[in-house]
Design a protein around this ligand. Structure first.
Ligand SMILES: [Zn+2]
Length: 637
């Protein structure tokens, strides 16, 4: 999180705006009189706590985040606003000191070394005799094609203790650098170092922006433990914040509006080869809140497809919180449906679980029979239904004790469902399955729930990923999209013209400041537009030179946003898609607000009402156009 995101997550927009504007709550949002234009009769100013934004539907017809609000209200520039808000949020701003710059440069260097390691491992897989066994394992045992092996950049770490070490020393890298990027390990009983990965198949792990962060590695010999070994925690590699495969799955997830969570590397790869490119893996640990938030940028529909032999079903049957052996036996995996139900609610997500046939991994199933995999995914059930089915399976439901045990496990889950209608539906479902009436279901479970629940409940509430952290992700949605858009444009400013042409073709209004409404990013957007209007300098150079000091962090992200070699068409597509998503979010906000304002308008204010009606129709028309544009592929493959 950069400073700006941190500030936004800490400062509540409703609190901030309320300091000067009287707000009234209506549903999820707040309305009031716009402080920027004179209006006293009909409120036209709406604050959206969820996205952390505001908008005036009256004369101003403008909106933004807390930064834009203060800049407009106080007439401050961005830097003044940043300093004010940082202080308010209790954040010490660290200017990008020479030291920080050095650190960023060092991370870049480490990632560069990893890229070289990747080439080293690939060479050993494809060009050496010793790599033959590994290659045979991938192609014969795992049924991967050479195209897939190429796509996933798989490699082979030779089995010498110092092959890699010698190779990289020779290239001029120090032991410290190799240690810092996790390629070597310090010997414990004597001086010196040795290669971390030996005689293993290697999987490069990239973040969503394609930056290489580390490796996963699978042993080729059954006596080598652990079976799977990852890079250690380094400056670049934080397992809890990475999802294997997301660099490739990002777009397919967005397109399918669905992400499938699988256990391991081979599941992701096998599914990809079978045409299911929306799978990612948390690499042997439980899904963390950070990973969930990562996914949520692309979809809210998440399907868990975890191996039945070790995870899901049996664990569920044993109790609701069961630790199981993780893939590399180093972390405990907690399958906690209660946590999932809560996460689902907090993230406004739709989390489902699918049942895999005993003893088969997703990649095996999909490589054998694509239809079968599709069917499994289609039949994924909501978590609670899944838990009920798993608990009931094979039980004697004539036994009252069994019934009460099951009820006492499921009722707490149902209580966590925030939606009353869904809650009722689950309660009915449970009562039906257990053949008891709803009332007694309630009383059986109530007693046990209270007696065993207290300490558990406490524990869950202090878990990481508390409400505040997750709520802030909603806020960052627009910001992240706008940031992505800006970063792409920074890379290719001249694509502004192509984007405009694309918009025009789809009857949509051209790019304007209102497409980038986060205070800091709008600043950069203006700069980009300016860069195109001058001829003295190269556009990128111009931007770099004029980028405000507080925003230099953009520079580093800028470098990473596009994988080298990405075609212009792809970038344009990414730009257009991101923009459409943003416009759709904003127009939806607008439509909701207009409905809301309409309800607030006095009946005798016919003129105002007519005005709102017209705006509403315009907004609905715009939404239609955006959706239409979204449904047409921009470029064909
Ligand atoms: Zn206004």
């Amino acid at each position: 999180m950069n400073n700006i995101e941190e500030i936004k997550s800490r400062i509540d927009i409703v609190d901030l705006v309320s300091e000067t504007v009287k707000l009234r709550r209506t549903g999820k949002n707040y309305i009031g009189f716009c402080p920027f234009h004179s209006n006293t009769r009909t409120p036209a100013f709406v604050v959206f706590p969820e996205s952390g934004t505001w908008r005036c539907f009256g004369e101003c017809n403008e909106g933004g985040d807390i930064f834009r609000f203060l800049m407009k209200k106080e007439g401050w520039d961005f830097s003044e606003t940043l300093h004010y808000l940082a202080q308010k949020a209790g954040i010490t701003l660290e200017p990008l000191t020479p030291k920080k710059k050095e650190e960023n440069a060092y991370e870049e260097k480490l990632s560069g070394i990893l890229e070289e390691a990747l080439i080293f491992f690939r060479h050993h897989l494809t060009q050496t005799e010793k790599g033959q066994a590994a290659l045979a394992y991938l192609t014969e045992k795992r049924k991967l094609t050479s195209k897939t092996i190429e796509t996933f950049e798989l490699g082979y770490a030779p089995d010498g203790w110092e092959d890699g070490l010698a190779y990289f020393r020779n290239k001029g890298y120090s032991e410290k650098e190799l240690l810092d990027c996790g390629l070597i390990t310090k010997r414990s009983e004597q001086e010196g170092f040795y290669d971390r990965f030996r005689n293993r198949v290697t999987f490069p792990i990239r973040d969503a922006n394609q930056r290489l962060c580390g490796f996963g590695a699978r042993a080729l010999l059954s006596e080598d433990n652990p079976k799977y070994l990852n890079s250690p925690q380094t400056l670049l590699f934080d397992k809890s914040a990475l999802l294997y495969g997301l660099d490739k799955a990002r777009k397919p997830i967005r397109t399918a509006d669905q992400a499938v969570i699988v256990e391991g590397y081979f599941d992701v790869i096998g599914l990809y080869q079978s045409g299911f490119q929306n799978a990612v893996s948390p690499m042997g640990t439980a899904l963390t809140p950070v990973q969930m938030r990562l996914l949520k940028r692309y979809t809210r529909k998440i399907i868990l497809a975890l191996d039945p032999d070790s995870a899901g079903e049996k664990a569920t049957l044993k109790g609701l919180e069961v630790a199981r052996d993780a893939m590399d036996h180093s972390d405990d995996f907690i399958f906690d449906p209660r946590g999932l139900v809560r996460t689902e609610a907090r993230l406004d997500a739709d989390i489902r679980v699918c049942s895999l046939p005993e003893g088969k991994d997703p990649d095996e199933i999909a490589l054998e029979d694509q239809e079968k995999w599709k069917e499994i995914i289609d039949q994924a059930k909501p978590i609670i239904t899944h838990v009920i089915d798993a608990l009931v399976n094979g039980k004697n439901l004539d036994d009252p004790k069994t019934k009460s045990e099951i009820a006492s496990k499921v009722v707490p889950l149902i209580k966590d469902v925030p939606n009353a209608v869904e809650r009722d539906a689950y309660r009915q479902q449970l009562a039906r399955v257990l053949h008891i009436d709803e009332q007694s279901l309630f009383s059986i479970s109530e007693v046990q729930y209270i007696s065993r629940g207290r300490s558990n409940r406490r524990k869950i509430e202090t878990e990481p990923g508390s409400l505040e952290t997750l709520a802030s992700s909603e806020k960052s949605k627009i910001y992240n999209l706008e940031k992505h858009f800006i970063l792409l444009l920074l890379k290719k400013p001249e694509l502004v013209y192509d984007v405009d042409r694309y918009l025009k073709k789809n009857d949509l209004v051209p790019l304007s400041n209102s497409d980038v409404e986060s205070g800091d990013l709008q600043l950069v957007f203006v700069l980009i537009m300016k860069s195109l209007q001058q001829v003295d300098q190269d556009a990128a150079e111009f931007i770099l030179q004029n980028l405000p000091d507080d925003l230099v962090w953009l520079e580093t992200e800028w470098e990473q946003v596009i994988h080298t070699g990405t075609s212009q068409d792809r970038i344009l597509e990414d730009l257009a898609r991101t923009l459409l998503i943003l416009r759709k979010i904003k127009v939806n906000e607008k439509i909701k607000s207009l409905y809301l304002l309409q309800q607030q308008t006095d009946e005798n204010e016919a003129a105002a009402d007519l005005e709102l009606q017209k705006e509403l129709l315009d907004a609905i028309k715009t939404r239609g156009l955006v959706e239409k544009a979204q449904s047409i592929p921009l470029i064909s493959d």
